[in-house]
Design a protein around this ligand. Structure first.
Ligand code: GYE
Length: 385
């Protein structure tokens, strides 16, 4: 991949994304690429290589005609660097697997994968190592939403397009596209569901504890803000909120301290992911606190991965608000669009569902939009990730 051409594509893409979304706007066609090393081993070409200009034209036409074709059609692998958050949760495992499946050699990619172990400095380092490796594209799942402008400027200077997956970057616009879920809506959905469910159950007072995700991650910020917005409007009490860092151990630790500090005072626990909920369940079991549809405490969770939905089915998690981790195929489409000289959408939302058992399914709206909930059954669990 020619870096100069990419710089042009990147610059035009970013200018475009400020004013509009969608559409395959005209953009410079990628230049002819050098034949891949592997091509030399393929049956010898009968004809002489066409002149460079002709080759460029031919390839541009070919790319237009075969938009759906594998990106490796030219025989050259596309080098992609992915700076992943870490391995803190079931959700993360599903996200990593999805990326590795999509950006496989068989699909025409050479993936440099870095597990940043929830360390922001390591994540910046990973991005810089991708620049040094001169990869064709960089994918970032930003651990925290700020601190990005400088390094993204370095990617821009190197002519390497950046695609942001899952969590958002809030202090820089130097990337092509973001593909992920709407965390604020997830938080509001949890709040609006709780309002409707509490009404149905005749619960008039809400005293909630929140076990938050990694502080400063957009997933944490959106879920906390969304839920808190409803809580404020309804006059609920949020007794406390502390981070469990999206891990089971973190969730357990925070819940152990909550059980001591707020014994007998809370009737709702909101965990900002399933793994924290598993830890909170252990802590509540140990403290003799009952939870779930038949217990004293309403337990709300996010992610709705297979393991989370099993706990909904088991009557432990009262409602689970999905965050779909399978964004990689959409990120690949973004990269394919760039490959063919198109302009990808600046923001692509991955849709989510809300899950509960039949008796916990209630009608509610988010920002005036009626929501539907999915009943957890064996088949639903089977189909989840
Ligand atoms: O909810 C959590 C993971 O960024 C949306 O990160 C993601 C969150 C997800 O560790 O389980």
């Amino acid at each position: 991949m020619k870096k100069k051409v990419l710089s042009v594509i990147l610059a035009s893409t970013m200018a475009f994304s400020l004013i509009a979304c969608g559409g395959e706007a005209a953009a410079p066609a990628p230049a002819a690429e050098e034949p891949a090393a592997e091509e030399a081993e393929e049956p010898a070409a009968e004809e002489e290589a066409p002149a460079e200009e002709e080759a460029a034209e031919e390839e541009a036409a070919e790319e237009e005609a075969t938009e759906e074709e594998a990106p490796a059609a030219s025989g050259e692998l596309i080098n992609v660097g992915f700076a992943q958050v870490g391995h803190e949760s079931d959700w993360r495992t599903a996200s990593t697997k999805s990326c590795q499946d999509v950006f496989s050699e068989a699909n025409g990619y050479n993936l440099s994968f870095v597990d940043c172990d929830n360390d922001s400095a390591a994540q910046l380092e990973a991005v810089r190592s991708f620049i040094e490796q001169d990869v064709d594209y960089i994918i970032i799942d930003p651990i925290v939403s700020t601190g990005w402008d400088t390094v993204l400027g370095e990617c821009e200077d190197a002519g390497i397009p950046v695609v942001v997956i899952d969590r958002t970057i809030d202090d820089s616009d130097k990337y092509v596209s973001w593909v992920g879920s709407d965390f604020l809506t997830e938080g509001k959905a949890a709040g609006e569901w709780l309002k409707a469910y509490a009404e149905k159950k005749g619960i008039s007072e809400i005293n909630a504890l929140i076990i938050q995700g990694t502080t400063g991650s957009s997933a944490q910020i959106g879920r906390t803000d969304g839920f808190s917005e409803v809580a404020e409007r309804e006059g609920w009490t949020i007794l406390d909120k502390q981070t469990g860092d999206f891990t089971e151990a973190g969730g357990q630790e925070v819940m152990e301290s909550f059980c001591k500090s707020y014994e007998g005072k809370f009737n709702v626990v909101v965990c900002e992911n399933d793994n924290e909920a598993f830890g909170a369940m252990t802590a509540m079991d140990n403290a003799g606190v009952s939870y779930g549809p038949d217990g004293d405490v309403i337990l709300i969770s996010y992610d709705a991965c297979t393991a989370g939905l099993k706990e909904v089915q088991a009557g432990k998690i009262t409602a689970d608000f999905e965050c779909n981790p399978l964004a990689a195929p959409t990120v690949e489409k973004v990269i394919q669009t760039l490959q063919s000289g198109g302009t990808p959408e600046a923001q692509i939302l991955v849709p989510d569902n809300w899950y509960a058992l039949k008796d916990q399914i209630v009608d509610f709206s988010v920002d005036g939009n009626a929501q539907s909930m999915t009943e957890v059954t064996d088949a639903v669990i089977e189909a989840q990730y």
